[in-house]
Design a protein around this ligand. Structure first.
Ligand code: ADP
Ligand code: MG
Length: 238
């Protein structure tokens, strides 16, 4: 069994008086793709933000690569986030004033990769995701689906050990969505990347090795590897 790369222990979170996550445990291992499923409002995005260290849990702990993550100071947390995590957020956090390629190479540049090398690697990822012809356009000049694929390219560009992806195929058609899912599968298989894939679509979740089901902020089920078509997974697709 591969090692644990990311763990949420008894996570709880409230926005004001409303508790939106309660007693959630998740354990993510190297090389696995885990779908986080559940209806809208069940706490999927909040869970991802807690795991990314972008939101502090009110209760519980986050461990990244065997070290406590949520209690680190902001500077240390950002540093580790940059090196060890890649994310794709629902409401993109790419920089609209930069070009597509500048956005994608940003993690590499921050990590000290030389410009020509960073550019080449960014183009390689953009090509895999079918958007390399838009590389030199400003982000504000490409479609939502193209921007979403740029966000996926950026998450993968520095081969981080963990990727957190919030509805990464949300604005894509089936074929384009599959380019994204194939890129995750390849990273998991070839680099041992762990992918936490938030989705409410069973079709997308079927690419994962197992799933975690959330409802009203609690884990209400999940499948073991290879059991994604079971009754528990089916219940959220209704
Ligand atoms: P999901 O991603 O599964 O749709 P979210 O984690 O976005 O769920 O939201 C869980 C609950 O928390 C919802 O009821 C949502 O309205 C609420 N919520 C999310 N973000 C905020 C916020 N910034 N302030 C207040 N309530 C929020
Ligand atoms: Mg969400």
């Amino acid at each position: 069994m591969n090692g644990i790369v990311l763990e949420g222990r008894r996570l709880g979170h409230s926005y004001g008086p409303t508790r939106v996550l309660d007693d959630v445990d998740v354990t993510i291992r190297a090389g696995e793709i885990v779908a986080v499923m559940g209806p809208s409002g069940s706490g999927k995005s909040t869970l991802l933000h807690l795991l990314a260290g972008l939101l502090k849990p009110d209760v519980g702990e986050v461990w990244l690569a065997g070290q406590r993550f949520d209690t680190l100071g902001e500077r240390k947390r950002s540093e580790r986030r940059l090196k060890e995590l890649g994310f794709v957020f629902q409401f993109g956090d790419l920089v609209p004033e930069l070009t597509v390629e500048e956005n994608v190479e940003l993690p590499l540049r921050l990590l000290g990769t030389r410009p020509a090398q960073a550019r080449a690697r960014a183009h390689e990822m953009l090509d895999r995701l079918g958007v390399v012809e838009h590389a030199a356009k400003r982000l504000s000049e490409v479609s939502g689906g193209q921007a979403q694929r740029a966000a996926v390219a950026r998450a993968l560009v520095h081969t981080p050990p963990v990727i957190l992806a919030d509805e990464p195929t949300g604005s894509l058609d089936t074929t384009t969505g599959e380019l994204v899912l194939e890129a995750f599968v390849d990273a998991a298989r070839d680099q041992g990347t762990a992918v936490v894939l938030v989705t409410h679509e069973l079709r997308v979740a079927s690419w994962a090795g197992r799933d975690i089901l959330l409802r009203d902020g609690r884990v209400v089920g999940g499948s073991a590897a290879g059991d994604l078509t079971g009754a528990s997974a089916g219940s959220v697709s209704a």
